[in-house]
Design a protein around this ligand. Structure first.
Ligand code: PRP
Ligand code: URA
Length: 209
């Protein structure tokens, strides 16, 4: 069974408090989502392998650490996942970026696929799927199925707010995928929104509705 990590870092909790508020503007919402993604990337990349390398400082020779050449990919689920890309790339600038377009049918709550463009070598990359919201889990699960069909093997999922229902579905359908969560909320409401959540993440990032 893969890991489920709920972030307890005070900076992350503080920023999540800001994005939950109704009065937070789209500008501040976007900034916070990006900063939270950057902070979460620390935990999600904690187990990346390192190798020893011989280097020279101005004072003498020593052995330093370097990432073991593991190639990475960041894959936002459109639209709202786009808000987390900048923060992720600030920490892992060499990562390639794929895009998966899914929207949730408002009646059935089932994900509908409309776009998929991934790095051609996705099968050999360590993949970080990003989406601020894990509600029923339908979108995340479908995105990960698409990635597996393209050959991706090592996949992590990062979300800012999750409902227990979504976590359960991910554990059932993708028990091999580590999940990193900013805050684990109480439940879903009758319309599939996370309670207390923050509303519709895509609308709040892009100022639509
Ligand atoms: C939101 C969110 C997730 C999905 C989560 O996207 O960004 O992708 O809902 O819900 P689920 O876990 O029940 O699938 P939405 O479908 O609203 O699309 P958008 O990002 O384009 O607004
Ligand atoms: N998608 C969102 O953007 N918010 C929710 O609460 C649930 C799904």
């Amino acid at each position: 069974m893969a890991k489920i990590v709920v972030m307890d870092h005070p900076l992350i909790q503080h920023k999540i408090g800001i994005i939950r508020r109704t009065e937070t503007s789209s500008k501040e919402f976007r900034e916070m989502i990006s900063e939270i993604a950057m902070l979460m990337s620390f935990e999600a990349t904690r187990e990346l392998p390192l190798v020893d390398i011989d280097i020279e400082t101005p004072i003498g020779k020593t052995t330093a650490k370097e990432l073991a050449g593991k190639k990475m990919a960041v894959v936002p689920i459109l639209r709202a996942g786009l808000g987390m890309v900048e923060g992720m790339l600030a920490m892992i600038p060499a990562a390639k970026v794929g895009h998966i377009g899914l929207y949730r049918d408002p009646e059935t709550l089932e994900p509908v696929e409309y776009y998929c463009k991934l790095p051609s070598d996705i099968a050999s990359r360590e993949v970080f799927v990003i989406d601020p919201m894990l509600a029923t889990g339908g979108s995340a699960s479908a995105a990960i199925t698409m990635l597996k069909e393209k050959g991706a093997k090592k996949i992590h999922f990062m979300c800012i707010i999750a409902a227990p229902e979504g976590v359960k579905r991910m554990q059932k359908e993708h028990s091999d995928v580590d999940i990193y969560i900013g805050a684990l909320d109480e439940k879903l409401n009758d319309h599939g929104y996370i309670v207390p959540g923050l509303g519709d993440a895509g609308d709040r990032i892009f100022g639509t509705k």
